[in-house]
Write a protein that binds this ligand. Structure first.
Ligand code: EPU
Length: 435
């Protein structure tokens, strides 16, 4: 197991390239199960979660190869085994994405029921409701979801749940519906850019998906799909993490390959607290909207102590839960009281106890935390509990006085490609050492 040793106090300065989106890549990789012939997707970051997904796909007969420049080629070689086993699925919940494609393409799927995880309870009832509505027979056997269907049939399906829609549930049912007979209408579909990206890939394969990225998605089933090439959207959570890093350290970072239009809630919140976010080349233009074109560059800088604010996590286009921990670190140093309310995963607060060890002043009341800004954080040994919580601790280490060690960084390796190399190139003092 590795840990990060961080000496706080450096300002982040320079340019950083944002990779392809992890949460786009994972369902899209599962989507390759639907196709005849190979698919190539790029740029796919070199992450533990991507490797897990390659392993799961390998178990169900898909070959995979990733080139150094991040082109991942996937091809279905053998359809005889459609079982995604628990020892793989338990490592990564996104494994559930193979359920819909396996069922639609092969008429059968057996996928271990994912358990909870460090961010709380994570049911899959909406995934199963959607697949049942398409005509699948689903039962539980030995902890596995066993799904069968001769041919799925289009239906109108409501995907809303107590915490809004479901991102991977929408992905699963959308993928299954591409090969169903007739028309499927998904109501209360997740609107995340990753869902729209998946639909773009499916359409490149010959699917007919309209409305992805809105709450109403209409899918006309087709008889077959062929492999396709697809360019993945930039990772808005990696970008947000670096934006917060720049703001927190009073630095100035140019982020390359960002879709600011996927990040308006984040950009808006950062501007509210006093961070300058501007298209590259127009530094200081706080009123200017960042360029909405893909692959644009954005400059993020801050030169003063930030204002406090309130943050409520919400489904897209609201403030993402995947940046809740990181903005908490930022608000720990703001000039006053902030409130952060988690509306997607109400128990996603494992980072609070670790931030307290670094001198933060945070009070938790149900799904809300009250963060009172302190003058400084103090370096300490802390433990990563999940992917985004670990990113928040690394950010805290960058500004804390003295040395911070973040252990269990395998969590961060699941979703950030070479975060320590990228931070070092921006001037941070961070080392990876074996524990
Ligand atoms: N929910 C249900 N029933 C379901 C599915 C979800 O009640 O069948 C609830 C969940 O418990 C939660 C809410 O609905 O309260 C939203 O969960 P969702 O299904 O949207 O989460 P997910 O699709 O499993 C993806 C991301 C997460 C991200 C969430 C929310 C991937 C691989 N994962 O998970 O990303 O937090 O959407 O935006 O795309 C991460 O990258 O660190 C991460 C956890």
């Amino acid at each position: 197991m590795d840990k990060f040793v961080i000496k706080g106090g450096s300002r982040l300065k320079g340019r950083v390239n944002i990779g392809g989106s992890k949460n786009s890549a994972l369902p899209i990789m599962a989507g390759a199960l639907l196709a005849e012939g190979p698919s190539t997707i790029y740029p796919v970051p070199d992450l533990a979660d991507v490797r897990y997904m390659c392993e799961i796909l390998g178990d169900v007969g898909v070959s995979s190869g990733r080139s150094r420049d991040g082109r991942l080629t996937l091809a279905v070689e053998d359809e005889s085994d459609s079982h995604a086993r628990y020892d793989r699925v338990r490592k990564m919940r996104a494994s559930i994405c193979v359920l819909g494609p396996l069922l639609a393409k092969r008429g059968r799927a057996r996928v271990a029921m994912p358990g909870g995880c460090n961010i709380g309870s994570r049911p899959v009832n909406l995934h199963l409701r959607g697949l049942r509505a398409l005509g699948a027979e689903i039962e539980l056997a030995g902890g596995d979801i066993v799904a069968t269907a001769k041919r799925l049939t289009g239906a109108t399906i409501f995907l809303g749940g107590p915490f809004g829609s479901t991102v991977l549930g929408t992905a699963n049912v959308m993928m299954a519906a591409t090969l169903a007979e007739g028309t499927t209408v998904l109501e209360a579909a997740a609107c995340e850019p990753e869902v729209a990206d998946l639909a773009a890939y499916l359409n490149a394969m010959g699917a007919q998906v309209r409305g992805a990225g809105t709450p109403r998605v209409v899918i006309e089933g087709v008889a077959s799909l062929r492999g396709a090439a697809h360019h993945i959207i930039p990772d808005r959570i990696e970008a947000g993490t670096f934006m917060i890093g720049a703001a927190l350290t009073n630095g100035e970072v140019t982020l390359e390959n960002v879709r600011a239009d996927h990040m308006m809630a984040v950009v808006d919140k950062l501007r509210q607290v006093g961070v300058i976010v501007a298209p590259a080349g127009e530094k200081g233009g706080e009123k200017v909207q960042p360029d909405n074109s893909p692959d644009a560059s954005v400059v993020v800088s801050s030169a003063r102590r930030l204002e406090p604010t309130d943050v409520v996590t919400q489904p897209y286009p609201g403030f993402p839960t995947d940046l809740q921990a990181q903005i908490m670190t930022l608000l720990c140093l703001a000039d006053g009281n902030s409130a952060i309310t988690e509306k997607i995963f109400p128990d996603r607060f494992m980072h609070v106890a670790e931030l307290l060890r670094m001198g933060a002043d945070i009070r938790k009341e149900g799904p809300t935390t009250i963060v009172t800004g302190v003058k400084r954080l103090i370096g300490a040994p802390v433990m990563a509990s999940d992917l985004r919580a670990s990113a928040a601790l690394v950010l805290a280490g960058l500004v804390a006085r003295g040395e911070t060690t973040v252990s269990r960084v395998y969590h961060i390796d699941r979703g950030y490609e070479q975060i320590e190399a990228k931070l070092r190139s921006l001037g941070a003092d961070i080392r990876r050492v074996a524990e």
